[in-house]
Design a protein around this ligand. Structure first.
Ligand code: NDP
Length: 429
């Protein structure tokens, strides 16, 4: 595993040791077993609800066994070719090297960022394949189930690899020593093959790009079925393409996030990028292939405002933290930033969005999440899955981050929380 790093004491860098963490998340090993079992089943259930049950919730019975979309040769080929294509883009397309911020052990590791170029090339190739009649939206739609089960199997196999590979890390790693829990959460922070960072690759190139390509393929499938693309489908495509393109446009901001700097890389994150994000974030578009809800002009306008207001809050709050952390003198909302200088060395921003609530970035994300679901109308629950799961996830994530920060910053965190009282929604929560 690559150990290239800057900004850390040599004694720390060279010392390979494993830190036994007392604290576990997600209910510890028992919770991990539950998640490892239920998340794949839930993903298959959602696929069935959209593609076999008219987009409705249904009570599972023995007969659903016949509905399981087992891997097919074409589905496996699509997944393998896609993975190989994305790896090639990551390796061969030029990209800026960014060292991010010091991670939880003080190391700064180099990341090759070429996401925007990869997205543009991917979309150009996808359009070329579609225009040439080589891959149709209907083919993607037909193979979606088999690709889902193939990706689930892949995520189990690759997580096993990550579990063992993580032990070759020479960095200070957080592990519990419990096999199940460490398989779930991972055994290393940044598993790398030479300079190829597996976590960032799967999070962006596989998670986000696959998701948006599936969403766009669903629009193509709808066009092939009906001869036109509906307004709700167009809204979902625009919103989600905007989100993904924006992510790549501000790719360096990713390097200051919790996932990258604090979360080990194991089944939880890998499954999230390989299965959860591509297949479950595109549920609205999958649903809209079969349904064409009527939206009034005010409804369209309201949904668009919700999405772009959410986007504005999400983007500007994340950028404020990123710019403050990389250039503490940068002005925020036209004024010099205010902050708490912690004993740990880092500064906690207390102005801009970060002075109104401790995670307004989550609020913006949640507003967008709702805007992506509303075009599906109000007749079925599964297309709302993204929002239904995302709200509790971010509420829990904020509390986990709060616990970690309270431990990390001690009374400085108490001071920060007294100054910035609200967690996610200013003046409300
Ligand atoms: P944040 O980007 O909010 O990062 C939290 C960390 O930032 C803390 O641990 C702390 O770390 C630092 N921090 C906290 N408060 C301050 C402050 N006032 N000033 C400076 N630094 C501070 O969290 P996430 O990584 O969870 O979220 C990033 C984005 O990703 C969000 O917009 C979120 O909505 C989105 N997201 C999307 C998901 C999806 O599935 N679509 C899933 C999860 C997140 P330290 O001080 O040690 O640097």
């Amino acid at each position: 595993m690559s150990d290239v790093a800057v900004g850390v004491a040599p004694s720390e860098r060279s010392k390979a040791r494993e830190k036994k963490e007392e604290e576990t998340h997600f209910g510890g090993p028992a919770g991990a077993v539950l998640f490892i079992t239920l998340l794949p089943l839930l993903s298959i259930y959602l696929w069935m609800s959209i593609h076999k049950h008219g987009g409705a919730l249904f009570l599972p019975s023995a007969s659903i066994l016949s509905e399981i979309p087992w891997p097919t040769a074409r589905g496996v080929f699509f997944v393998a070719a896609w993975l190989a294509f994305q790896v090639a883009l990551q390796v061969f397309l030029p990209g800026k090297i960014d060292h991010g911020i010091p991670q939880r052990d003080g190391l700064r590791v180099p990341y090759k960022l070429n996401g925007l170029a990869s997205l543009v090339v991917t979309l150009a190739v996808a359009i070329g394949l579609y225009a040439g009649g080589i891959v149709t939206g209907t083919a993607v739609l037909d193979e979606l189930g088999p690709m889902l089960t193939t990706s689930i199997l892949f995520s189990f196999g690759f997580s096993a690899f990550l579990y063992f590979y993580g032990f070759s890390s020479t960095r200070v790693e957080h592990r519990t020593g419990n096999l199940i829990y460490d398989f779930f959460m991972g055994t290393a922070l940044n598993p790398r093959v030479r300079d190829f960072d597996l976590k960032l690759f799967f999070e962006s190139k596989i998670g986000l790009t696959t998701w948006i390509v599936i969403t766009l393929a669903m629009a193509a499938a709808q066009f092939e079925r009906d001869g036109s693309v509906s307004v709700p489908m167009i809204l979902v495509c625009i919103f989600q393409l905007w989100y993904v393109a924006d992510f790549y446009f501000f790719e360096p901001a990713m390097l200051t996030t919790w996932d990258i700097n604090y979360e080990n890389y194991g089944f939880m994150l890998l499954f999230g990028f390989v299965v959860w994000m591509p297949f479950n974030f595109s549920l609205q578009a999958q649903y809209l292939v079969y349904h064409r809800p009527e939206l009034s002009i005010p409804a369209i306008a309201g949904i668009a405002v919700l999405n772009f207001a959410g986007y504005y809050i999400f983007r500007t709050s994340n950028l404020q933290k990123h710019s403050f952390r990389t250039n503490p003198d940068a002005r925020i909302w036209g004024k010099p930033p205010t902050f708490i200088q912690t004993k740990r060395g880092t500064k906690l921003l207390t102005s801009g969005w970060w002075g109104l609530a401790r995670h307004t970035n989550y609020l913006g994300d949640l507003m967008m999440a709702l805007a992506w679901c509303l075009p599906a109308g109000l007749s079925h629950v599964p297309p709302y899955f993204y929002f239904i799961y995302f709200a509790p996830l971010l509420i829990d994530r904020e509390r986990r981050d709060h616990r970690v920060c309270a431990k990390k910053y001690g009374d400085d965190w108490d001071t920060y929380c007294k100054k910035v009282k609200y967690r996610i929604v200013p003046f409300v929560y």
